[in-house]
Design a protein around this ligand. Structure first.
Ligand code: SF4
Ligand code: SF4
Length: 279
């Protein structure tokens, strides 16, 4: 199978890794950091037209790197490697060759290595960006993220929730990843949480306080207790509250004290106000 190694945003290792891969007969592309590459950049069109197997080497964890790439590329065989997992270009090169031999994919020999940027020249340096990446294997298109975000980052594309205005996202705000019921939203540059960044072996779980914030803001009907009241207008002191939405319930669904709920909501609202003021 035709194989292309894409080396994206790998800084000091990229030239030597590209040379090693090219001398092993692999088709090599060096690109700017794909997370910071604007959607309308023509490099994406070139990448989208690639056939065969792709090995994507970047500074991102594999899961967000794969789903970011798949937003632009419809092929089947894609493996992402995190350059941070390798101390040297030789180590990364060995991992690529092992991967290809496991997949029985022999390199195709190219007389001249092909690259979007000539090997030996540094790719463009792009301004840093911050936006969510959707893991399509987990997303159920429930629209909670779209209803929650105040900045119009999400829109519907047919039946699919998509990140349509990534640059409207507030740098440092990973709030929607905390409310996603499926843990499908990743912010690969998030340093506070490995789960939000999409690190291997950890999956984001919905955060209970953030879920209550979601209902407080959107006034959505709660599927757990059926209420659609404004949670902030309710007197929750001393009441039993629904643990999904934070509204008072007559049955014994929840057991969080109303005053605790009010503290959590106040804190979340304050945090969001701070981010909004930074705009
Ligand atoms: S909240 Fe999560 S599961 Fe729901 S549409 Fe958004 S990403 Fe998909
Ligand atoms: S992180 Fe905040 S601003 Fe960005 S998409 Fe999510 S809710 Fe909207």
């Amino acid at each position: 199978m035709h194989t292309t190694v894409i080396i994206s945003g790998c800084a000091s290792l990229e030239d030597s890794l590209a040379q090693l891969c090219a001398s092993a007969g692999l088709n090599v592309l060096i690109t700017p950091h794909i997370y910071h590459l604007p959607e309308q950049d023509p490099i994406w069109s070139e990448l989208a037209s690639l056939q065969g197997q792709i090995v994507l080497v970047s500074p991102l964890y594999p899961r967000p790197a794969e789903w970011l790439f798949r937003k632009h590329w419809n092929g089947e065989h894609l493996t992402a490697l995190n350059i941070s997992d390798y101390a040297t270009a030789e180590e990364c090169h060995a991992a690529i060759l092992e991967l290809l031999s496991e997949a029985n994919s022999l390199p195709i020999l190219f007389p001249v290595p092909y690259s979007l940027f000539p090997i030996g020249c540094s790719p463009l340096s792009l301004p840093d960006r911050w936006y969510p990446i959707i893991d399509r294997s987990r997303c159920k298109n429930c629209r909670n993220c779209l209803q929650f975000c105040l900045f119009g980052v999400y829109e519907m594309d047919g039946e699919l929730v998509t990140v349509c205005k990534p640059d409207s996202c507030k740098p440092g705000c990973p709030a929607c990843s905390r409310i996603c019921p499926e843990g499908a939203l990743m912010f690969p540059l998030c340093e506070q949480s490995a789960a939000i960044a999409g690190a291997p072996g950890v999956m984001m779980s919905p955060d209970a306080a953030a879920r209550r914030m979601f209902y407080a803001r959107t006034k959505q009907t709660c599927p757990a207790c059926g209420s659609s009241e404004d949670v902030r207008a309710q007197d929750t002191d001393g009441a039993k509250i629904c643990q999904e939405c934070g509204r008072p319930v007559l049955s014994n669904i929840g057991n969080l004290a109303g005053s605790e709920l009010r503290d959590e909501l106040d804190q979340l609202i304050d945090d969001l106000d701070t981010l909004t003021r930074k705009d």
